[in-house]
Design a binder for this molecule. Sequence first.
Ligand code: ADP
Length: 265
Amino acid sequence: TLVPLPPAPEGPLQRPSALASFEDVGALEEAEAMRRDFVANVSHELRTPLTALMGFIETLRSSARDDPAARDRFLSIMEREAARMNRLVGDLLSLSRVESEERVRPTTQVDLSLVLRSVVQNLGQVAEDSGVALIREGEEGALTVRGDPDQLTQVFSNLVENAVKYGGQGGEVRIRIGAIAHEPVLRGAAYKIDVIDKGEGIDPQHLPRLTERFYRVDTHRSREKGGTGLGLAIVKHIVARHRGRFRIQSEQGKGSCFSVILPAG
Ligand code: ADP
């Protein structure tokens, strides 16, 4: 692509700025391509349940009209598809909100212990229904970070839900919290929260891409389990907003560990 450049710089001192504007256009093009991909993905993800809904409406109008059993079955499927669209729209809104706020660091004092306790409580039933024990371990007492309590709750809900959904075969999910006196990258005290499952693990080739929007190891399985493909993208952005770190480790056949490190304070 030919990119119009500003008038030729005079003198060596101005050269770097002309160069920078050229690079910026490259970045803009890349951002534009990503946006197009994203819109295409969203449209596809919305169209799938919509097509199903429209098909069932048609069937209800015609053949199933006088068959109460079939009607009930179709209505249940329609309900499930509508719920899927609702989750997708909810996740899209969360993602766009976090992205727009990413430069604004949240300042509320949040007690991580309380956040984790409420996540375990909220997901207790879901885990139990899947035959998974949720185990909280590690530091007790107040563990304070600066953050957005709702967003932090969402981070750990997404991770624990995934661990139950995809790693539940191991029968247990551990939520471990530890204090780090000096975290080298964050250059200060921090808390590390690990969400550990003993499921089948993830092939290493997928690890670097898991936080991309709509990236799934197995699309069919994710859809079947009600996933939107946005959970880990949301986690990544929220952790970034909190100036924290996010790391995924996994060993096939043994399980996975999703770690969030947040600056203490
Ligand atoms: P989804 O809505 O599909 O769950 P996520 O962004 O939350 O989307 O996760 C992306 C993909 O990462 C999932 O589809 C799944 O393949 C994989 N994944 C996430 N957590 C785990 C886990 N604990 N064990 C195995 N695979 C996982």
